[in-house]
Design a protein around this ligand. Structure first.
Ligand SMILES: Cc1cc2nc3c(=O)[nH]c(=O)nc-3n(C[C@H](O)[C@H](O)[C@H](O)COP(=O)(O)OP(=O)(O)OC[C@H]3O[C@@H](n4cnc5c(N)ncnc54)[C@H](O)[C@@H]3O)c2cc1C
Length: 256
């Protein structure tokens, strides 16, 4: 069995912008809350060094409406900036997401620190029923230890999935029992599994998300974090198409 189906997604849209991507389990999600700036913001952050400013070009449409588009000069400038690692203009646009993610993925996601601000639900205060991620496909171990896993599922996939589900349900049940016995939430949470979902709000720059995406869309990253990175990348690409393409084309060269 292939892993594709286990951590895939559905999305809801507002206008032509996808705003909320759900994992297949309908629990985990990435929701775009708001953003600041456009490709023009990047171009103008660079043009200020020559004390210049650009504007969008107005293009008349056949239905009489006007489209505001980035000039060819500004597109070329953005490509030049990314290719030559002039990254500071890409620090100005910002995006804010609400993300619901299992803790084992959060452990990796939070390693991306520069240009990111985060605030998270605290299980010291909140005692609502924990939710856990249970994969529908459990992957085989790869002989190459750095690869982490193969795409193929273990032979007894359904049994293993049920074992994982049963164990997480048991842990959540014990958590609730501990609370009923008067245990404080900050200690009761100690027995909850790494697959437990947590929720946080994250604000970061376009450059920050580009850096994260370059690292976490790569096949060397764990599939579960790749899924979350792809949600963020899809949102970001729609809002900053020229800058995002320029940054992604630059790839790992940008990280040096
Ligand atoms: C496939 C993969 C496997 C990984 N495996 C492991 C692992 O086994 N163990 C583990 O601990 N981590 C692991 N990581 C995490 C990795 O080491 C990085 O912490 C993570 O990728 C974030 O990198 P970043 O460059 O976006 O970091 P950020 O913290 O966002 O930093 C961005 C950049 O700022 C600069 N910077 C940040 N802090 C400093 C500093 N103190 N001094 C100088 N410059 C700084 C660097 O240029 C850095 O690249 C892994 C990451 C990937 C993608």
């Amino acid at each position: 069995m292939d892993m594709q189906s286990s951590f895939s997604a559905t999305s809801t849209t507002k206008g032509n912008q996808p705003r909320k991507f759900f994992l297949e389990d309908g629990i985990g999600f990435v929701e775009l809350l708001e953003w600041f700036g456009s490709d023009l913001t990047v171009a103008n952050a660079a043009r200020v060094s020559m004390h210049k400013e650009s504007a969008f070009e107005c293009v008349s449409q056949s239905d009489g409406s006007i489209n505001h588009v980035l000039s060819e000069r500004d597109k070329q400038l953005i490509t030049y900036l990314a290719r030559n690692r002039h990254v500071t203009p890409f620090f100005h646009p910002q995006l804010r997401f609400r993300i619901k993610m299992p803790i084992f993925v959060v452990r990796e996601w939070y390693r991306h620190t520069i240009g990111f601000a985060r605030n998270e639900v605290s299980r010291r205060y909140v005692t609502e029923a924990p939710q856990c991620f249970v994969p529908s496909v459990v992957r085989q171990r790869d002989k190459n230890i750095k690869q982490g896993s193969k795409d193929a599922a273990v032979d007894n996939n359904e049994i293993v999935v049920e074992q994982m589900r049963a164990f997480t349900e048991q842990a959540c049940a014990l958590y609730n029992q501990l609370l009923q016995q008067g245990v404080c939430p900050e200690q009761a949470r100690m027995i909850l599994p790494q697959s437990m979902y947590t929720e946080f709000i994250e604000t970061a720059s376009l450059a920050g998300y580009a850096r994260l995406a370059i690292l976490r869309l790569d096949g060397a990253s764990q599939r579960e974090i790749r899924t979350y990175a792809s949600f963020v990348a899809q949102c970001t690409e729609q809002i900053f198409p020229i800058s995002w393409k320029a940054l992604m084309d630059t790839g790992t060269h940008l990280l040096m």
